[in-house]
Design a protein around this ligand. Structure first.
Ligand code: FAD
Length: 394
């Protein structure tokens, strides 16, 4: 395994770093001024600058207007983009559109590519991925999927209740997971549908208010009431929904890890600068051992997380599904970046809690990472199953 970054990719990562510092960080004081986080005209302007700088869509194929980088190559690039909460949206590599584009690129037919993927890749429209349901429906356990799609001639009629569909408010279309065959388990009986948001029967009930403030398009509660879609709205094949979703979630988990590593790295830098300037009990804070240990633990965990991301990206590139490793990576990075943020706030004292620094906002935002794309407990369950299988019998 060689995890060194090729020089051309290092150059892109450096340019992304410069772009984030010059064009994106200055927008941070405005974060929260609009329900979408940043005002749409400001986002449009910075996206235009990202395009002009040749940094649009690092992960997107060149024929879709991106830089055409592989999963391994985007590791350092996404980390640099993630140094600001606004960075990934500015470069068009933020969730949920980034994962949705990946899914469509793998499975959309030519008509779906033209209708959905091309305008999405160009940043002209946004999308939402509607899988999670409020209790008693599917959350951690996909087998509890209650949203039903029933065949009616050439059409399908969908009824169901979703929530936490990120980005749905203002999205042009939804990717909907529904059960098409109730007689078999979800992994064989669920199907993905693509639906323009204005289709009668789609009701955006509300943007669910969340800690850390709202994001682009919110995290929406949605009802499907007698939603009629043609058979051609299916992505891939009937009954393949769960298999397709696994293809989306594996890499999407890793890209989340890359972006959050960038934010946690910046938190470490902010905390280190504060510790190097602030004095207490006769020395700089950075001279006190307990502070040094916090800095050391954060640097070590960031380093370990990066190595796990790199190794997992490498495994996926070899054709492995990296099931075990991607779960390990998700658990470790989600929990360690939370710890890094927590330590950074502790080191900065009251200033860390204040909104004078961005740390408290990031701390609120990063908490959800331990829950979405598979909560830590569920990934541990997956890991433990393999451990027991491998070592459980004498
Ligand atoms: C900010 C944010 C954005 C999101 N965006 C999207 C999106 O765009 N599209 C989408 O479809 N979903 C989205 N989600 C939903 C997310 O995928 C779910 O929250 C996640 O799958 C967990 O489901 P749940 O919330 O229903 O938790 P539940 O299933 O109710 O679980 C609650 C808790 O119990 C734990 N638990 C569950 N099973 C076990 C077990 N066997 N052993 C021990 N503990 C267990 C879980 O780990 C969790 O901590 C988003 C969530 C958040 C917070």
């Amino acid at each position: 395994m060689d995890f060194s970054t090729p020089e051309p990719v290092q150059a892109i990562a450096r340019r992304v770093r410069e772009f984030i510092d010059a064009e994106v960080v200055p927008l941070e004081p405005f974060y929260g001024e609009h329900i979408d986080g940043i005002r749409p005209d400001r986002l449009e302007a910075v996206r235009a600058r990202a395009k002009a700088a040749g940094l649009w869509g690092p992960q997107l194929p060149k024929d879709l207007g991106g830089l055409g980088l592989s999963l391994q190559e985007i590791v350092p690039v996404f980390e640099e983009a993630g140094r600001s909460l606004i960075g990934p949206a500015a470069l068009h590599c933020s969730a949920p559109d980034e994962g949705n584009m990946h899914l469509l690129h793998m499975f959309a037919n030519p008509e779906q590519v033209e209708r959905y993927l091309r305008p999405l890749a160009a940043g002209q429209i946004r999308s939402g991925f509607a899988m999670t349901e409020p209790p008693p429906g599917a959350g951690s356990d996909p087998n509890m999927l209650l949203t039903r799609a029933v065949r009616d001639g050439d059409d399908w009629i969908i009824d169901g209740h979703k929530w936490f569909t990120s980005g749905a408010d203002g999205a042009a279309f939804l990717i909907i997971m529904a059960r098409t065959n109730p007689d078999v388990p979800t992994h064989k009986g669920a199907t993905i549908f693509l639906a323009p948001i204005e289709t009668p029967g789609i009701e955006i009930v509300r943007r669910v208010p969340i800690m850390g403030g709202d994001d682009l398009g919110g995290h929406c509660e949605i009802r499907f009431n007698n939603l009629r879609l043609p058979h051609s709205a299916i992505l891939g094949e009937e009954g393949q929904g769960f298999a397709l979703t696994q293809k989306r979630l594996g890499p999407a988990r890793l890209t989340h890890c890359m972006r959050w590593t960038g934010l946690a790295q910046r938190a470490l830098e902010i905390a280190t600068q504060y510790a190097n300037e602030r004095e207490a009990f006769g020395s700089k804070l950075s001279g006190h051992q307990s502070i040094q240990w916090m800095l050391a633990d954060s640097a070590t965990e960031l380093h370990a997380g990066r190595l796990m991301i790199h190794q997992c990206a490498w495994l996926l590139a070899q054709g492995s599904d990296a099931r075990q490793e991607s779960s390990m990576c998700k658990v470790f990075v989600a929990e360690s970046v939370n710890r890094v943020l927590d330590r950074a706030i502790q080191i900065c004292g009251a200033k860390g809690i204040s909104r004078d620094l961005p740390l408290s906002r990031w701390y609120e935002a990063i908490r959800a990472f331990r829950i979405y794309d598979g909560a830590s407990e569920v990934h541990r369950m997956v890991i433990a199953r393999q451990v027991v299988k491998k070592y459980g019998s004498t």
